[in-house]
Design a protein around this ligand. Structure first.
Ligand SMILES: [Zn+2]
Length: 188
């Protein structure tokens, strides 16, 4: 699993070298750093390491959906526009909102529902939720959560930056069901 995370980190870093705006570059670099931190937590087998992992996954997905939102809304060369909106949103505490996911363009409604479910599942380990406070099963199945996370992340990444062979290799190897649909369509 960690070698897969490594491959995703490399893909994110490579895309970050190709994008034209500083915001996109930084967003991609931040995501790759969060995944690098995740690798460190992966082997610490204590009770809160899985919560830290969930936190890193949550932040990473929020960066991804925010990036998709700004890319859909503004043209590539309008960096000023999304920086202005982002700084305004940050002041109001809405740098990420669930609408960035639910109203995301070019993703089928059924998928958005599934993605929201996965996002909320990750959030339930980060908030003082029922699962976190009262569930008997305290420890998260990190591998399962990571696969669901990767399915969403890679799907949205491909939506933003087009089909990419190595990304699809990862989704095929792990049978990431949503992303698999995207990759098989891109190739046929
Ligand atoms: Zn795929």
């Amino acid at each position: 699993m960690i070698t897969t995370v490594d491959r995703v980190i490399t893909i994110l870093q490579e895309i970050s070298n190709k994008v034209s705006t500083r915001y996109e570059k930084m967003a991609l670099i931040r995501m790759s750093s969060l995944l690098t931190s995740l690798k460190r937590c992966y082997y610490c087998n204590n009770e809160s390491s899985s919560n830290i992992i969930a936190f890193l996954l949550k932040l990473c997905l929020e960066i991804m959906f925010q990036l998709k939102y700004f890319k859909d809304k503004y043209d590539k060369d309008l960096e000023d526009n999304f920086i202005r909106e982002l700084s305004k949103r940050s002041r109001k505490g809405s740098s990420f909102s669930i609408r960035m996911l639910t109203e995301s363009k070019g993703i089928p409604g059924k998928y958005k529902k599934d993605f929201l479910k996965i996002y909320l599942k990750i959030c339930s380990y980060v908030h003082p939720s029922y699962e976190f406070l009262l569930s008997e099963q305290q420890k998260i199945n990190v591998d399962n959560l990571l696969l669901e996370f990767l399915d969403v992340l890679l799907y949205v990444l491909l939506t933003c930056y087009g089909p990419e062979g190595r990304t699809c290799d990862i989704c095929r190897e792990h049978g990431l069901k949503h992303c698999l649909r995207k990759c098989s369509r891109a190739i046929s």
